[in-house]
Design a protein around this ligand. Sequence first.
Ligand SMILES: *Cc1c(COP(=O)(O)O)cnc(C)c1O
Length: 442
Amino acid sequence: MSKLALYGGTPIIREKDAKLFHWPIVNDAMRKAQLDVLESGNMSGTDISRKFEEEFAKWNGVKYALSHNTGTNSLLSAMYGVGLGPGDELICPSVTYWASCTAALSLGAAVVFCDICEKDLQIDPESFEAHITPRTKAVMVVHYMACPADMDKIMAIARKHNIKVIEDVSHAQGGHYKGKLLGTFGDAAGMSLMSGKSFAIGEGGMMLTNDDEVYRRAVRFGHYDRIPTAFKKEEYASTNIVPFGGQKFRMHQISSAMGLEQLKKYDAEIAEIDKAMKYFWKGIEDVKGLRMIYPEDPGSDKSGWYASRFGYEPEAFSGVSNAAFAKALNAEVNGEFSSGCNFPLHHSEVFYTTDIFGHGKPTAALNLPEGTDVRALTGTLPVADKISSRLLGEPWFKHYEPTKIDLYIEAVHKVAENHQELLAEEKEESTLGNIALTHRRK
Ligand SMILES: *Cc1c(COP(=O)(O)O)cnc(C)c1O
């Protein structure tokens, strides 16, 4: 008789406590704030959003926070803001969600992918530097799966080569690198605030910058109603507040009303998540072949542990795949584990051969010198290619409840001890595919 629940053994958890994982945590103040917007009909105004921006900027200690309808668009604003345009190259780590870089194509720029570090899943500074060409305008630094990137090294390389730095903070709102908040290192930052993320307010995004020109360009691109306050009349009179991007990026005020309330409790909530996740890790740190991914510097952290992964060495488990291991764990505890990460973007043809706009040639090559091969510029990225088979997604505990977390710890030990039973499992695809990592309500 098998011990593992996957093959008929007794599972550790039959009825899962959904509250342990439910997110975001909605309180009465949020309910009231949203209803007020709804009942006043003030969904498309900007008064609440401006207040939210003011508080968000204060929280981050930056001059400007500019709210957006999506994180994707906050990143597009940041790209246009720093001047990314035709003939430029944007360097981006290959392993991230597509929104970190894809909009660069619509600005006439090309994306050149670099590798990540296996130890922390962040952009590899050496690989970043190796991918710089005379056309490199900017680098997209993604604080991936809640860990901070190595900002000391990134900033030094970027300054040396006169490259703009944009941070994608979608996975790490409120996180720190050596005591400083993420999103405040570069020339601009963009981040998602959609429901699945750690700072979750519905659909929404935020751009941060300390730079007047970046802010003004972002306003010009997709915030027509801000143009009269960001520009002098003679600066915009000839276009009559038509936004250059032809875009409207305004945030829905039900989101900003929720954001104002979320700000009041967010730091406390992620502190509890941090405590719960570290308790979980304390319980499984003796399992050989599993590795917690957490920054070493005492001033750095994993903020809300969004989409957190841990390292998985198949060699330590007789070659059992991470997908099979996750499947066995999920059978024990009724879900919450996963395997893999976002698929490596450097294999997507969108960045090489796709003719998106009908120019009769690949969009990526449109403004580059004749014969430039973006795929060759990207080269081979060994960590990006293999990392998906070496990661496990861990349960995202929102509350510090040791007796409940103990059951998940027990499950990890049980599957690790009985992993030989999994040798018959088929190898499974373990990438997350093209979808955002969203919270699934069960
Ligand atoms: C979610 C996400 C985005 C896009 O944000 P949306 O709010 O979904 O538009 C961008 N970058 C990363 C890394 C993300 O995970």
